[in-house]
Design a protein around this ligand. Structure first.
Ligand code: HEC
Length: 157
């Protein structure tokens, strides 16, 4: 009897892990190998986010030199629709991938938007938005002027 329950439990685990692993993936940009700056959960939009930085960003964050963030910093914000973990209803985890946005520090090139280029990855390619679209991004990052327009506070030091 014990054995039977064991097998049933095992099958259950195998099947449920299949359905969980079945979330759609896409081709990812260079950020796939970057390190973590922070995480966020947007209650209004029901997304979970992972905020990653390239080496320049990570080194600046770890040494507390983010005022301002150095030239060459790139910050990626990856979003997934939130999903309740199928085997643990109190856990919110990433569901469907919802895109990767970018902030690129180049004070000269992007002087009109606080020294930041705003863009997004389409598959492996990073596309920087034109001035109009970037201005809309920048406007909403304006309240963070004192933190060089970046919302994320690095938590791993
Ligand atoms: C309505 C306000 C709003 C707009 C518009 C907006 N952002 Fe943000 N952005 C935020 C907030 C709030 C955060 C931090 C919380 C989070 O992770 O969502 C953030 C975080 C980010 C981050 C991670 C770095 C950081 O500042 O913490 C990137 C990269 C980013 N946004 C890119 C963009 C791009 C690109 C656009 C324009 C296409 C854009 N944002 C438009 C509000 C906004």
């Amino acid at each position: 009897m014990r054995k039977k329950i064991g097998i049933v439990t095992m099958l259950f685990c195998v099947f449920s892990s299949f359905s969980y692993a079945d979330t759609p993936q896409t081709e990812h940009g260079e950020y796939i190998n970057w390190r973590v700056l922070g995480v966020s959960h947007r209650l209004d939009k029901k997304y979970v986010r992972s905020i990653l930085g390239n080496d320049i960003a990570i080194n600046a964050a770890r040494s507390g030199k983010t005022g301002p963030w150095p030239e060459g910093t790139v910050i990626a914000k990856l979003s997934w629709k939130e999903q309740v973990h199928p085997n643990w209803p109190n856990a919110i985890v990433p569901g469907e991938f919802a895109g990767a946005e970018a902030m690129v520090k180049d004070s000269k090139k992007y002087s009109e938007t606080g020294g930041w280029g705003f863009g997004r990855w389409e598959g492996k390619n990073l596309l920087i938005h034109d001035k109009d679209k970037a201005s809309a991004c920048f406007a909403c990052h304006m309240p963070m002027q004192a933190s060089d327009y970046v919302y994320t506070v690095p938590h791993l030091r």
